[in-house]
Write a protein that binds this ligand. Structure first.
Ligand code: GUN
Length: 283
């Protein structure tokens, strides 16, 4: 039976580390501040945004909330971002995705000043990530690496297979694994023999968006399985991209859904806010 990686517990450890550092900054008169922008009434986004604000409160980061109606124009949103970019009291800017269809997401992500881009989505930060120099790393991918490292698992020289090539998870997590000296394959819908790739993997990162895609007979004995998927099943329960019950019997380490990668995203966001603040204030 696999060791179940407790993402909730590890995320609290990280938030507590951030909280301590925030206390030191507060003593110096510096208050880290995150601006969160939500456009429209997507219920999942509303939950994410609420949880992000709660995490800010927990670690002592000030949060500013901009909840805009779904008919907000691209220009109005760009103006808001421009003001926040110029505001020295704001250290981090997060635009919750997805945005309504009439707003060009790429244009919005480009508008956020790279030093305040706590999501790590700006092409400048993506570029730094790919050369191994990123300060602000995409939160979910960085969370996956923390889960692996804090579970005492070595990445150096391991065969890492990433399933999925999205800009938000697949691509950045593959860059981070490479920076840790893993040997990385990125699989996707056009991969010729995905089973062959997964069978040989020491570490599998599943970010494919298909419920229970990774079955027990697809993985090697003792593999480390990190499940980034969040899918809602017909019975209303959440499940990942990994068949947990099957893979748990064969893996050495596995993350559950919920309670694995999910809580790490917000913990890493808090870490990014702290890093952004420190680098802007030169401390
Ligand atoms: N929507 C889903 N995940 C994320 C995320 O990590 N950041 C933002 N900004 N929007 C999201």
């Amino acid at each position: 039976m696999a060791h179940i990686i407790d993402g909730k517990k590890i995320s609290i450890e990280i938030k507590d580390e951030v909280k301590k550092e925030v206390e030191t900054l507060l003593e110096k008169g510096i208050t880290p501040c995150l601006a969160v922008i939500l456009v429209g009434e997507n219920p999942a986004s509303q939950v994410y945004v609420r949880n992000k604000k709660k995490a800010c409160e927990y670690v002592g980061i000030k949060s500013l909330s901009y909840e805009l109606s779904s008919d907000t124009t691209e220009d109005e949103l760009l103006k808001l971002i421009d003001g926040l970019n110029k505001n020295p009291e704001v250290n981090g800017i997060l635009v919750q995705l997805p945005l309504p269809g009439h707003i060009d997401e790429e244009k919005i992500l480009l508008a956020v000043s790279p030093e305040k881009d706590v999501d790590g989505f700006h092409p400048y930060n993506v570029g730094l990530l790919s050369i191994g120099n990123a300060v602000l790393k995409a939160c979910t991918p960085a969370g996956c690496i923390e889960l692996i490292k804090r579970s005492g698992i070595e990445i150096i020289g391991k065969k890492c297979v990433v399933i999925g090539r999205s800009n938000i998870v697949g691509k950045p997590v593959s860059m981070l694994l490479l920076a840790e000296n893993g040997t990385v394959s990125v699989c996707h819908s056009k991969t010729r023999d995905i089973n062959e790739e997964i069978k040989n993997a020491d570490i599998v990162i599943a970010a494919v968006g298909k419920p229970k895609f990774v079955k027990g007979d697809m993985i090697s004995d003792g593999a480390v399985i990190i499940d980034v998927g969040i899918n809602r099943m017909e019975n209303g329960k959440l499940c990942g991209d990994v068949d947990f019950d099957e893979c748990e019997k064969k893996a050495s380490f596995i993350t559950p859904v919920p309670g694995g990668v999910g809580p790490m995203t917000i913990a890493m966001l808090m870490k990014n806010c702290l890093s952004a603040c420190k680098s802007q204030k030169g401390v």
